[in-house]
Design a protein around this ligand. Sequence first.
Ligand SMILES: *[C@@H]1O[C@H](CO)[C@@H](O)[C@H](O)[C@H]1NC(C)=O
Ligand SMILES: *[C@@H]1O[C@H](CO)[C@@H](O)[C@H](O)[C@H]1NC(C)=O
Ligand SMILES: *[C@@H]1O[C@H](CO)[C@@H](O)[C@H](O)[C@H]1NC(C)=O
Ligand SMILES: *[C@@H]1O[C@H](CO)[C@@H](O)[C@H](O)[C@H]1NC(C)=O
Ligand SMILES: *[C@@H]1O[C@H](CO)[C@@H](O)[C@H](O)[C@H]1NC(C)=O
Ligand SMILES: *[C@@H]1O[C@H](CO)[C@@H](O)[C@H](O)[C@H]1NC(C)=O
Ligand SMILES: *[C@@H]1O[C@H](CO)[C@@H](O)[C@H](O)[C@H]1NC(C)=O
Length: 892
Amino acid sequence: MDEVALRLTVFGLLFTFANLAATIKKQDIDIYSFHINSTVSSRYAITIITSRVTNVLNQSQEVHFEVKIPKDAFISQFRMTIEGKTYDGVVKEKEEAQQQYSQAVSRGQSAGLVSAVGRTLEDFKTSVTVAAFSKVTFELTYEELLKRRLGKYELLINAQPMQPVADFKIDIHIHENPGISFLEVKGGLNTKDLTNAVTTIRSDKDAWVKFYPTRDQQTKCDDCSKNGLNGNLIIVYDAVRQKQSGDLMVSNEYFVHYFAPTDIQRIPKNVVFIIDESGSMLGKKIEQTRLAMLRILSDLDENDHFGLITFSGHFQTWKPELLKATEGNVEEAKTFVRRIKSGGNTDINAAVLKAVDMINTYSQEGSASILILLTDGDPTTGETNPEKIQENVKKAIGEKFPLYSLGFGFDVSFEFLKKLSLENNGVAHRIYEDSDADLQLQGFYEEVAIPLLTDVHLNYQGVANLTQSTFQQYYNGSEIVVAGQITNNSLESFTTEVIALSKSTKVVYQSSGPTVDLSSGRPEHVKRLWAFLTVKQLLEKMVFLEGLEKDNAKKHIIDLSLKYKFVTPLTSMVVTKPQDEEMQVAHKPEEGEKPKRHSYGARRQMFMPSHPVNRILASSSVNQHGAWVSAFYTRRENQETSASWGLNKRKRPKMLRLLTMGDSSAILQLPSMTQKPLTTSPPLWRIRILKSSGNAKPLCYDVPVAEKVRLQQNVLSEFSMNGQRESFGGEGFSRISIHYKTNHHLLLSTNEINYTDGQETVKFSWEQDLTHHERENVSLILRRNEFDVTMGNIRVAILLHKKDGDIFLWPAIWQQPKYVVLMGILGEADISYDEIPGSQTPTLKIKDKEVKTSWVMVKDYRLASAPVVGCWLVPFQALTQRELSDFTVTQL
Ligand SMILES: *[C@@H]1O[C@H](CO)[C@@H](O)[C@H](O)[C@H]1NC(C)=O
Ligand SMILES: *[C@@H]1O[C@H](CO)[C@@H](O)[C@H](O)[C@H]1NC(C)=O
Ligand SMILES: *[C@@H]1O[C@H](CO)[C@@H](O)[C@H](O)[C@H]1NC(C)=O
Ligand SMILES: *[C@@H]1O[C@H](CO)[C@@H](O)[C@H](O)[C@H]1NC(C)=O
Ligand SMILES: *[C@@H]1O[C@H](CO)[C@@H](O)[C@H](O)[C@H]1NC(C)=O
Ligand SMILES: *[C@@H]1O[C@H](CO)[C@@H](O)[C@H](O)[C@H]1NC(C)=O
Ligand SMILES: *[C@@H]1O[C@H](CO)[C@@H](O)[C@H](O)[C@H]1NC(C)=O
């Protein structure tokens, strides 16, 4: 029985004193001051967030600090001041920090981290225990170089202090020496009542934006609530360009050169779009791709030449050659695009090589060639070895033109695309699966739509430690930035020279003489900018460097990051807290990294919220990999908090106990042990699926479920069903969605059901009586606690279960075509097994593999009465060759 998964029961509700919580209206912490101060000088932004908090309780408690910062930024300082003492974060090499963190964890202390949220932000989170009636000040500094895109820079500031703050201020100062050409304030914080709180003051070279909302105003913006501000302030601006040769800033022996000429004609392009139409693009993705491609085709310049390749297991070209973007050709291509359908495998290698071949054979003189690859998945057929593909593509392109990759969704191996593009002078972009994915695609295309120069070389005299100074292409609306160290003291002799190819000729831009010396105001400014840019570029290069070169780049990044205190993917910040309370480490997540939860080391006393809570739900499970313990609690203001711990196999506890202590805390107790932190995957909620089989006895298996998961997908029938687990990690799902064809969408929650067929929207409530809705091939029937759905040849039912105050949804598939490839945690249509007689542990033969099993009793939630039935418990892997991550979805 030892290897066999067995799951302890979910511990029930502990206690409820919501009434008590409701009567205590007062906040137990008071954020009395929250300031954000951002200074931008020559596109380099340094932002400081300062939060001052009082513990107004008469007992000590944990005070949290959580802010969101732009992904592209590096944190460069964090400090806490408590009772007159300052605790500074120390930046260390990641491995070293990790070691300290491991030690901290093995001493029973937890760790904090930075995590990616959404498209543009990262979340920084920490907490500290503050004595009764005492104060704490948190201060976080981050830095970033604003990038010019489509003719503008954007400075994004997020504010979400979690409560209205008496003294709330955002101060932004922008200084651009050649001048600011336009400036606009956007974002959710500049809406409704709050627009009155924004003041903008401008002179030629400076702009000050002040945002000083009153406590009352802080509850009145678009996404604001009684919890105060929640949103972004976005400053959009551009700089004046006095000289075509660019602007030069010099300070303390470092220079930065901004080059963005406008006096040139566009260069016609040869562009080939390589579009993934494999099965996984089904539904919204392919629809949005079609939409974006139709618009992009309309935007092509008449002098551009273009080609289209769609691929799944095979590729298909629209035309064997590149054709001029005449009105007729564009119309014909649009017809091709409208017919793009999804289905089949993914052969990236063959499609990209074909595209390279088309460009090489048909490209026009005096034009700029570009390849754009759009895909959402890993190569699954043809050449599937990622390294081999990268090698083939690099060899074929031979540094002649850039390859841009657009990775659609989170299924795609972004690391693979990143390397594929970076080593071919392009970049990889992630396209987020969202309602605006078509606009994201189009937006990216616009950035490279107008090539102005190719083969751009920037030369300087008497300099060292230059950042990248040759660029394959320069596009309208972007900007080339080069920084370096000046080694010759005579500044007057400092010259810049840019040599490039324009539409038809070689062009040279030269400048010398008067440069702007910024050294008076911020002596370190240009130097920090140089360090930032150097580290960013080296991090990109690391992706494709190998051997000694890679080691050198790594060492260089670490040296610079330590010197300038940047928290990068190779360095981390260690935060030590008062009284050795707990050490925390901030790691920078890498782009494309899937959102992760962290595992914590085991503790004897595992869970003890230091403030009153409304309810605690805790659960534990033990299986062959170890044990997971999760505790979720709601505290006042309905802020949900969760904590989970993992224990590895060897130290797997025999028993977990949940004790209550007084009326405001709980302790989960493990047998005492010294524990190494888990390095394997983080704890995920497990859901037990019961599955009828071809045999008399059903099978069941446990699936660790991330927040949102694909329940079932049937590509041929254009049907998919996703589920979102309960936030308190109960036994079922809080929401389930069903998508059929491109236009039918059904969304069920535990309260209501919304259905749209693209034109008409129908709402149901679980409370209402028997209701029937029928149109075309879709039939929906609402019964008591059961919703029956028939879409084409598929019939499913969603059941509403109520159990011990827990309400959840459960899917049941009653009919679907057999012998088709299905994907989802509900598994394949028809699975049968053989029982192998005579073995000590019960063993089954599934798909020609022997699998140890055990007989367990589970509730069959596929039926309204949820009868208890017996089943053979098997590992999920025994039923599918796929990784669990294949079933994680980002959107319902
Ligand atoms: C913002 O920071 C800058 C630079 O540290 C400082 O000069 C300025 O006074 C600060 N502004 C406010 C309003 O705190
Ligand atoms: C804290 O205040 C509450 C109510 O005001 C009181 O009942 C309690 O005794 C106080 N606790 C301490 C430690 O002073
Ligand atoms: C570059 O973009 C600007 C504005 O975004 C536009 O005015 C200009 O015409 C463009 N240049 C070319 C060559 O298309
Ligand atoms: C800059 O370059 C010089 C000479 O090439 C080198 O000795 C020095 O270490 C470099 N400085 C940095 C910070 O990389
Ligand atoms: C520095 O600049 C001066 C003036 O142009 C030039 O004569 C001298 O050779 C330069 N020195 C170095 C080391 O490049
Ligand atoms: C149904 O639609 C309404 C708005 O039309 C929305 O407020 C509600 O959240 C939706 N319910 C579900 C379960 O999506
Ligand atoms: C309904 O289903 C049938 C058979 O599956 C199909 O031929 C027909 O086109 C469908 N009708 C609509 C309107 O989708």
